[in-house]
Write a protein that binds this ligand. Structure first.
Ligand SMILES: *[C@@H]1O[C@H](CO)[C@@H](O)[C@H](O)[C@H]1NC(C)=O
Length: 456
């Protein structure tokens, strides 16, 4: 799963000169909060000067020549946005007040994302390269990615996510997308999101249908599909890591329910929406991860993810994804699966995915889309790091954390129980009003050779 986005339409505070034609606005200066991270080898780590950028969907979109909203609530302004092309020409994405408006705090390599600091809900940011113009591209095969995570303030229904997607390095900069990575354009993921306002230099106005439940979101005719490697989808109750390969390479636009994999067409789409997930609770260990558990979500933990290849080189096929935790100075091996019909394992391999799909009765779209090898191909092209906090207007995050998902399924059947959250938990209107100050903190990002990014 991946996030639904929503944006904040601000009332115009008009000052300053005009803007360039999707285009980049100049009302608020765009200053990327600094987010240093470590690149590691066997001989040590060196600090990289990264920064983060807010996704364009959350930004104020106004006309190029003034400060009228091109997008307001969950509808487009008909004058500026009569169609996809004109809208991209007429509208500009503006700079972001990261802390004030979006509740995003970055300092010393630590990033805190707050669910609802004011009227804005959730956020999604990307790691920029040192040039501050392009996204940092990560090639994960035969490498290890490590991050400290604090989920203690993330209740049922929320997701503090860290993952990689096959976005373009420059955010699909073009003659009709002058904003680019610097303004957080170019998002795509394995859910083929159709709520993206600008895709590859066009607006997504045609066919736009405002969301029933979400006052800030809607869906257009185009979906933005690409491969996704979820390192961390979690709250204080449950956690999962999940590869989602796609048929194509990079961003692929889908324009029909079949291509996008909507509803009954879920398994016809170009991407593997389900993925092959490793969730310790779902895999039979209900006391491994949670408040006071072996991996105690009451305090910060280090999450290590390793991408193992067939020949232990960067060019081999991806064959396993391993997980290790470090907490309180202790290395904690990932839990072993404990489900009849699934060989005991604590890593994702092709055999594990096939057995899991079989035993859980799930369609194996993971294998259909090329499985680990295809996921590895996406990694070889380079992927962009995404960090987000979100609530789930589709399923209340119950696929991650509920006692039963689907709600009416028998929780004693394998694969149905995902965590300890109630089967009716995670309703966005409830979590937003009760837990607006919920937050996740990611810090100490390290990337490099296997074994180089953590110690006990
Ligand atoms: C859960 O995982 C821990 C750590 O691997 C292990 O000690 C424990 O026995 C497991 N519990 C169950 C019920 O499988």
């Amino acid at each position: 799963m991946a996030s639904m986005q929503r944006s904040l339409a601000l009332t115009a505070l008009a000052f300053g000169a005009g803007a360039w034609a999707q285009q980049a606005g100049t009302s608020t200066a765009e200053n990327h909060p600094s987010m240093p991270w470590d690149l590691c080898t066997a001989s040590g780590c060196t600090e990289q000067k990264g920064s983060i950028v807010l996704d364009s969907n959350w930004r104020w979109v106004h006309n190029v020549d003034g400060y009228t909203n091109c997008y307001d609530g969950n509808t487009w302004n008909a004058d500026y946005c009569p169609n996809n092309q004109a809208c991209a020409e007429n509208c500009a994405l503006d700079g972001a007040d990261y802390t004030g408006t979006y509740g995003i705090q970055a300092s010393d390599g630590s990033l805190t994302l707050t669910l609802k600091p004011g009227s804005n809900v959730g956020s999604r940011v990307y790691l920029m390269a040192t040039d501050d113009e392009n996204y940092e591209m990560f090639k994960l095969k035969n490498k290890e990615f490590t991050v400290d995570v604090d989920v203690s303030n993330l209740p049922c229904g929320l997701n503090g996510a860290l993952y990689f997607v096959s976005m373009a390095e420059d955010g699909d900069l073009s003659a009709t997308n002058k904003a680019g990575a610097k303004y957080g354009t170019g998002y795509c993921d394995s859910q083929c999101p159709q709520d993206i306002k600008f895709i590859d230099g066009k607006a997504n106005v045609d066919g736009w249908t405002p969301s029933d439940g979400d006052p800030n979101s809607g869906t257009g005719n185009i979906g933005a599909c690409c491969a996704e490697m979820d390192i961390w989808e979690a709250n204080s109750i449950s956690a999962a890591y999940t590869p989602h390969p796609c048929d194509g390479n990079g961003l692929v636009e889908c324009t029909s329910d079949a291509e996008c994999g909507v509803g009954d067409n879920r398994y016809k789409g170009t991407c593997d929406r389900d993925g092959c997930d490793f969730n310790s609770f779902r895999l039979g260990n209900e006391s491994f991860y949670g408040p006071g558990d072996i991996v105690d979500t009451g305090s910060k933990m280090t999450v290590v993810t390793q991408f193992i290849t067939s020949d232990n080189t960067d060019t081999g096929d991806l064959t396993a994804i391993r997980r290790v935790y470090v907490q309180g100075g202790k290395v904690i091996a990932n839990s072993q699966s404990d489900v009849a019909g699934i060989d005991k394992t604590n890593e994702i391999t092709s055999a594990f995915c096939t057995q899991q799909k079989d035993v859980f009765g799930d369609t194996n779209s993971f294998a259909d889309k090329g499985g680990l090898a295809k996921m590895g191909d996406a990694m070889a092209d380079g992927m962009v790091l995404v960090l987000s906090i979100w609530d789930d207007y589709t399923a209340g995050m119950r696929w991650l954390d509920a006692e039963a998902y689907p709600a009416d399924a028998d929780p004693s059947k394998p694969g149905i129980a995902r965590g300890t959250c109630a089967v009716d938990s995670g309703v966005p209107s409830e979590v937003e009003s009760q837990f607006g100050d919920a937050s996740v903190t990611f810090s100490n990002i390290k990337f490099g050779a296997i074994g180089s990014t953590y110690s006990s």
